[in-house]
Design a protein around this ligand. Structure first.
Ligand code: NAD
Length: 267
């Protein structure tokens, strides 16, 4: 099909990358044209994704792969230390990056925004591509207007590298921005018997990170007020939950002017 969007995947051998390979191959308007990873080199990306061969072998050379394949969009689900440079290589090649990798710093995001703007290339960074998670963040911001005291418990599989999760950081930022009054905060004489006992302080939202086998990606936002609590919870029980959001970003990213942060901006 001439109008198919030509997609490259970085991290194609990883848990999320394999799901993206499958989603891109199965969608009627996208085609996988390149697959990059540090492992699985020379293997067919479709075989790695358990959908049979797609004729796209995994390479470890992103720049050459983007050029050779005439990719239009790069979907990146790698590791925090690779995602920024991968996005930079894509932008230099005129390819729009869709970055799902979490753990980028706010400085990283600013640099990426500058590169995208200067090159006139659309780009997306989203810490969570699941629609339910986007709604959880939106509802949490709404609750924070009336209930400023909030804590977050985020729960992920044991191999997740970064903590707190990108979703938790974004939720805490949105809560802080939405508050109309300050939270009560901890009493001055609070004692943390073990450092970190009260979790990480992100914009006066305590964030607790659980890492255990059995989880995929889950988060609870708990608001407390006199005599009541309100809990907003989202569970991704399957990595397929992220794919409609990834495909939405793939379809929209080339029409964007510079960098957009968060799936919500694309809905
Ligand atoms: P994973 O470890 O299973 O996969 C990462 C892959 O990236 C590995 O195969 C690794 O070899 C590869 N890689 C590392 N450096 C690379 C490089 N420079 N170029 C190409 N490939 C490289 O991890 P995962 O569970 O798939 O998660 C990947 C990222 O996605 C994490 O940051 C995670 O937090 C994030 N994530 C985001 C969302 C979202 O909705 N935005 C959802 C789930 C996970």
């Amino acid at each position: 099909m001439p109008d198919e969007i030509r997609v490259a995947v970085a991290g194609a051998a990883g848990r999320m990358g394999r799901e993206v390979v499958r989603a891109v191959a199965e969608a009627p308007d996208t085609i996988l044209v390149a697959a990059v990873d540090r492992v699985g080199i020379g293997e067919d990306a479709g075989d790695l994704a358990n959908i049979g061969p797609l004729g796209v072998t995994v390479s470890d050379d992103l720049e050459a792969s983007l050029k050779k394949s005439s990719a239009q969009v790069l979907v990146d689900f790698t590791i925090p230390t690779s995602a920024l440079s991968n996005a930079g290589v894509a932008i230099q090649s005129g390819v729009s990056p869709v970055v799902g990798t979490t753990g980028l710093t706010s400085d990283d995001t600013k640099r990426l925004a500058g590169w995208a703007r200067d090159a006139g290339v659309g780009a997306v960074v989203a810490p969570n591509f699941a629609i339910g998670a986007v709604l959880m963040i939106r509802f949490a911001a709404e609750a924070a207007r009336y209930m400023p005291d909030a804590e977050i418990i985020e729960l992920h599989h044991e191999n997740k590298l970064d903590s707190p999760s990108g979703t938790a950081l974004m939720t805490a930022q949105r809560i802080a921005a939405a508050r109309t009054q300050p939270p009560r905060g901890a009493p001055a004489n609070t004692i943390e018997k073990v450092p970190g006992g009260r979790g990480a302080d992100v914009n006066l939202v305590r964030v607790h990170s659980v890492r255990l086998p059995g989880y995929v990606a889950h988060q609870e936002v708990i608001f407390g007020a006199l005599g009541q609590t309100l809990t907003i919870r989202h569970d991704s029980t399957d990595r397929r939950s992220f794919m409609p959001g990834v495909l939405l970003a793939v379809r929209k990213v080339r029409k964007l002017n510079g960098l957009v942060v968060g799936l919500e901006e694309l809905l």
